[in-house]
Design a protein around this ligand. Structure first.
Ligand code: URA
Length: 253
């Protein structure tokens, strides 16, 4: 059960560290130099206790507000990695420029060339419940497929597949949105899976002799990609989206 941090007292250095203002030793030094105020009074002791809900903390005169949890819906574009840091590529966190906390992470992974819905938060409990293999949270993908989709593709997906390395997948629901095939035309499909194995969608289609050339996640549990978000854009979850997400994830135990 999460503790209501807003009602608790917490150390000033912890507050400022969580809000991305520096390491504990940097905060200590900033306090020593008189750069931190609490309720407009200079505070030189970085280990003093404050109330996140009623005390006003500022660094160099700039108020640093406190958020215990943040939740963002990102329309992940291709070319960025679903990681918190990476030496070669931009990460999904680099796109969340308006965030307050420095402990955000993506809930699950999309491949570098996959687009679509990604939840970004620092709520580890929610992430754990959404990703737990026991919960079978639905994920819906839209894909463009190269090659001839077998006539019985829907039935084979529904029965569960054995991937090339012997991994068994759970039954999945395949909907053919547009039938391709002739003259290099692509199939367009929607696939609902109930798990999240490595490269799962791409590997499922490889098993059927086809190749995914475009992949986009449309939803995860009750959370659906807001189509007004362009690739690379994000917004905070609405209260309703968050409530629903918390509810379904408990019901799916
Ligand atoms: N399945 C894949 O193959 N790739 C993704 O990014 C997500 C699901």
């Amino acid at each position: 059960m999460a503790v209501d941090v807003m009602k608790e007292l917490m150390r000033l250095d912890k507050y400022l560290t969580e809000m991305g203002q520096g390491t504990r030793s940097q905060i200590k030094e900033m306090a020593r130099k008189g750069r931190i105020t609490v309720n407009s009074v200079t505070e030189k002791k970085s280990d003093r206790k404050i109330s996140p809900s009623s005390d006003v903390v500022a660094v160099d005169g700039r108020i640093v507000a406190y958020a215990e949890y943040e939740y963002y819906m990102l329309h992940k574009p291709e070319g960025v990695v679903s990681a918190t840091e990476d030496r070669r590529h931009r990460t999904v966190l680099d796109l969340i420029t308006g965030r307050m906390r420095d402990d955000l992470f993506p809930v699950g992974r999309l491949d570098i060339d996959t687009e679509g819905l990604l939840l970004i938060t620092n709520d580890g409990d929610l992430a754990h419940r959404l990703l737990s293999p026991k919960k079978h949270v639905d994920k819906v993908y839209y894909a463009k497929i190269e090659g001839m989709l077998p006539e019985d593709a829907k039935e084979r997906m529904a029965a569960g597949l054995t991937l090339s390395d012997g991994t068994e997948t759970l039954p999945a629901d395949l909907e053919i949105v547009r039938r391709g095939g002739g003259c290099g035309e692509l199939f367009e499909i929607r696939l609902t899976i109930h798990e999240g194995k490595f490269h799962q969608v791409k590997r499922m289609f490889e098993t059927l002799g086809c190749h995914v050339v475009y992949l986009k996640r449309l939803s995860m549990g009750t959370l659906t990609l807001d189509e007004t978000l362009k690739p690379g854009e994000y917004r905070p979850l609405t209260r309703e989206e968050l409530e629903l997400l918390n509810k379904t994830d408990q019901e799916q135990e």
